[in-house]
Design a binder for this molecule. Sequence first.
Ligand SMILES: [Zn+2]
Ligand SMILES: [Zn+2]
Ligand SMILES: [Zn+2]
Ligand SMILES: [Zn+2]
Length: 495
Amino acid sequence: MCNLLDVRTNDKVGRYANVSQDVRAGESVLHELPFAIGPKLDSPLCCLGCYTYLEEATLCETCRWPVCGADCSQKTWHKDYECRIFADSKISFNPDAEPGPQLECIPILRALLEKERNPGRWEAEVTPMVDHNKLRMANEKLWEAEGTNIVNFLRERCRLADRFSEDLIRRICGIFEVNAFEVVSTNPMAVSVRGLYPKGGIPSHSCVSNTTYSILPDNYMMVMRATVDLKKGSEILCTYTTILDPTMIRRWYLKRAKYFDCDCARCKDPKELGTHLSSIKCPACDNGLILSSDPLDKSAEWKCDHCDKTLPGETVQRLYFAIRTDLSQLEELEIGPIKLEMTEKVLRKYRSSLHPRHGFNLALMHSLVDLYGKVDGYTVDMLPDILLERKAEFAQNILDALDIVKPGMTRMRGRILFEQHVCYLMMARTQLQLRVVTLEKFKEQINKVIAMLEETARILEVEPEGSADRMMAQSARGSIAELQASLDNMTELPE
Ligand SMILES: [Zn+2]
Ligand SMILES: [Zn+2]
Ligand SMILES: [Zn+2]
Ligand SMILES: [Zn+2]
């Protein structure tokens, strides 16, 4: 098991980690099994063995809690943990009630049981973790729901009061809320769950990170990798937010979900390191950009860099949350031509108010990059050059921002390059058909496409076997071989 974390402490952030040796981009810095894993808050109904979404509750024969079949009732994380407790206390799952609140206790109960089974790991790895319970308590609604659905459920209904104190259960709830990682399965039918990775939680957050992680499908092992070359002794940084969100939204999320105020270099810079992910167009002059006078204060005034126009921070907040609502409504739409057209419409709606490369615009472009070429009426063979160019340009805008805020070998870069290569390949083929290109020029274009595919493959082939990303890498390798062969056979332009 790889562990290149050199754990340090300071007064500002508590624990953090540097790399203990030089690491190249793409190499692992940490392999870690979860301390416990299980459904998220408000989870849809899912199997407790493999987390596949269940339309209807099929129940484990031993404990009467949801599993998709006999195999899954035998999976360790179910059989050796909650299954015994529920069978002994004869508390079965209620298929008629909301699944979420009933499933919330599962990861917490697993962690409590793991603490008994593995006290050494608990002591060494979990006890130093923060729970922020003093701050969490202030959210009365959540605190009360947690008290009912988890604390009282486990202590009273499951008759575990003698084994686990309220303080301990609350502490694990807090540790999960503040530190858990999202676990997305390679099974497309599975719902995402949350896992507690005590070492994985040590590196600090920064809005410009230098690592990424994947979770292996068989044992849920976390593999944390460097996305750029790291020199021995440099700090390992992870990002806990949506990377293209503007500063005000990222900081709001981090405060609400992770209980801290980010003051990284990107957060401090009104222009977000030159990406303009937060910049607004000035309504009062041409070419003016309205920027926050102090991005670390959400109420600070925003000012135009060309004229005297100012906006109160609250106005920008309202605008941002209105746009965010539009974006989340789009996300709800089923993948298809209507979603594509609606996304284009929202992009037009904010053309006059946001910088062309504002984070919200890039989020819309990201969605369009995925939709163009894939939905009815807009399949690749049907896209005219102008739409292929549009898709390629959107992809480039995202890649340019990623180079600054999430540089190096990231899944997002690999996937976007793959989408972008399709555009250049199709356009080169059209030019060849129309004979508006020389053989030399055509070969040059195809070599550029091959280089993009090479990068996609290099980035994504480290992803878990069976994952969509790994398959994309394989598909890229296949296309490279085909393109290379066709280039080798081509000595003159086809008649
Ligand atoms: Zn299952
Ligand atoms: Zn069971
Ligand atoms: Zn930040
Ligand atoms: Zn202005």
